[in-house]
Design a protein around this ligand. Structure first.
Ligand code: AMP
Length: 542
């Protein structure tokens, strides 16, 4: 082999913050911390404080390969910690505070976290699990002073970094060394740990910055409405540094009112988050009669975005919705920018493309297989299980030998995503369902996602969930569960009439019920398992 004659420079997370620190002192990072105070900083300061974090970690004896946890909101301190931990070769383990305490303790122990950074808001979690954790040496509370706490070995972040000497230079690591650890939500069985290398973070961050990815660039002001504990904030904390974009970190108040205020105050041009967030933002905009003129694009994913949400955002507020699909195992796998050909289609056809879950991005190859493991055609209609592979797709899970998620299918090892999808010749995918949520009626499949999306367009319906429940004749039939606008009474016929034009007639739910609230998982997805349990004794109407 004749080797390329390029310089041997490793792809490292530290290079991102070095770049931003050198070039973007004039670009703001605006954060609301857990006390509600707005903190204005910039990339050069984030860079220098990340080096202080690194110095303090080293002084605590943290070494390359050690896991360091965070239980924190999106703010400037969490961002500094992101870079401080990864920069010295220790592993950033972001913990989802919305999980059950037992699960959090299990994850911290499985990861063997040595130090955990915790927001004052989440101190009660840390206090409850502290006696069960086996590896944690100290808890660093992300604030100026240490609140009263039963935790032993707790220090206040600001005092802790103040006392340390910042490191001069980041060590040169092997780009294959581990950088981040994130656990899947584990709705069935224990959560599984996904480790991303420095190389994979840099590559996926580049993909995030491309025009057909999230087009993150230096002209943007980005509101990070996806938590930094959900798949590394979809790589946006890294992409903002790579491109020198302004970053707005909302802290604990994720209410629609607070998000809209920040979009207005910080002239936010782009944001990203799960559909539930944007459903509540749209409801707030409509009720308050206010507007978000600076905002021109949203990346919506993590769960299916209803078509009506996209229509309202674009028609009434001029916000283009880029529908994206991905998972902890790969961060982003698709993005919903239009190809040249789709740009030429009429508006209605464009919108139906937009409602699909985006298009395969370079770096994540996608395929479909049927139950026999044979490849399914990319014809846009035949469903199959979605497989993925690529340089930032997880090849195995942390500390797990028995791994049935990866199968040697087709021409090599692919990740089984557990999603059922269709795919067309241009690489646009449509997620039919999670394999375990698909409703199996008389041997045929009904997509709960399509029913939900159609239902959200019905008068007065704010949110909808469809689940399959046992049925004597058909095996399973769909039950539709809706949350209605305040003051609206349920009219099941009206809801069904409104769904009818959008789905096959035999898909129509056999029952419709209204609830005050639909349960969500820790990452904002509809908790179908909880709903199936809640309605297990439901009796179908005659
Ligand atoms: P997580 O690892 O928590 O991000 O969850 C990943 C899962 O969320 C995927 O396997 C899908 O089931 C679901 N998901 C993500 N994006 C979408 C989308 N755009 N449409 C439908 N489901 C999605």
């Amino acid at each position: 082999m004749l080797r390329g004659l390029n310089m041997d420079r490793q792809l490292l997370v530290s290079s991102l913050i070095d770049y931003a620190g050198r070039n973007h002192s004039a670009t703001e990072v605006v954060a609301t911390d857990s006390t509600g105070r707005v903190h204005r900083t910039n990339w050069t300061q984030v860079h220098s404080r990340a080096r202080q974090v690194a110095g303090a970690l080293k002084a605590e004896g943290i070494e390359q390969g050690d896991r360091v946890g965070t239980i924190a909101w999106n703010d400037h301190r969490h961002l500094e910690v992101y870079y401080g931990i990864t920069g010295i070769g220790s592993i950033l383990h972001t913990v989802n505070p919305r999980l059950r305490e037992q699960q959090i303790a299990w994850i911290v122990n499985h990861a063997e976290d040595q130090i955990v950074f915790v927001d004052p808001d989440f101190l009660p979690i840390a206090e409850k699990i502290a006696s069960e954790t086996t590896s944690v040496r100290s808890w660093v509370v992300l604030g100026e002073e240490l609140p009263t706490t039963s935790l032993r070995n707790a220090v206040a972040y600001e005092e802790w970094i103040e006392e340390s000497s910042p490191i001069d230079e980041w060590p040169i690591l092997d780009e294959w060394s581990a950088a981040t650890l994130c656990y899947t939500s584990g709705t069935t069985g224990n959560p599984k740990g996904v480790i991303q290398s420095h190389r994979s973070i840099v590559l996926q961050t580049w993909a995030t910055c491309t025009g057909d990815g999230h087009d993150v660039n230096s002209s943007q002001s980005i509101l990070l409405a996806v938590p930094m504990f959900h798949v590394n904030g979809w790589a946006i904390p890294f992409a903002a540094a790579m491109s020198g974009a302004k970053l707005v970190l909302p802290g604990p108040d994720m209410s629609a009112e607070a998000l809209v205020r920040q979009i207005q105050d910080e002239r936010v041009t782009f944001s990203a988050g799960v559909p539930t967030i944007w459903l509540s933002v749209v409801q707030y905009l409509q009720e308050s009669g206010t507007d978000v003129p600076s905002l021109n694009r949203l990346a919506v994913g993590g769960a299916a975005a209803p078509r009506s949400l996209m229509d309202t955002l674009e028609d009434d507020y001029g916000v283009f919705v880029s529908h994206v699909w991905g998972m902890t195992e790969m961060t982003q796998g698709s993005a919903g920018r239009f190809t040249h050909r789709v740009e030429g289609l009429d508006r209605e056809e464009q919108r139906s493309r937009q409602a699909m879950a985006g298009r395969e991005i370079y770096g994540v190859e996608l395929r479909l297989i049927d139950e026999n493991g044979d490849e399914v055609q990319r014809d846009g209609t035949t469903p199959g299980e979605l497989l993925a592979r690529g340089p930032w797709v997880a090849g195995s899970y942390f500390g797990l030998d028995d791994d049935s998620t990866h199968i040697p299918a087709l021409d090599g090892v692919w990740l089984r995503t557990g999603d059922v999808a269709t795919m067309d010749r241009e690489g646009y995918i449509s997620i039919v369902d999670r394999a375990k949520d698909v409703i199996k009626s008389g041997g045929e499949w009904i997509s709960s996602i399509e029913l939900e999306n159609a239902a959200v367009g019905a008068p007065g319906v704010v949110e909808a969930a469809a689940v399959g429940l046992p049925h004597d004749r058909w095996g399973e039939r769909p039950l539709l569960i809706v949350v209605l606008e305040p003051g609206k009474e349920l009219d099941a016929d009206e809801v069904l009439e409104s769904i009818k034009p959008h789905v096959a007639s035999w898909w129509l739910p056999n029952g419709v019920v209204a609830v005050e609230e639909i349960p969500h998982t820790g990452t904002g997805k509809i908790d179908k398992k909880a709903l199936r349990e809640q309605f297990k004794d439901f009796e179908w109407p005659e």
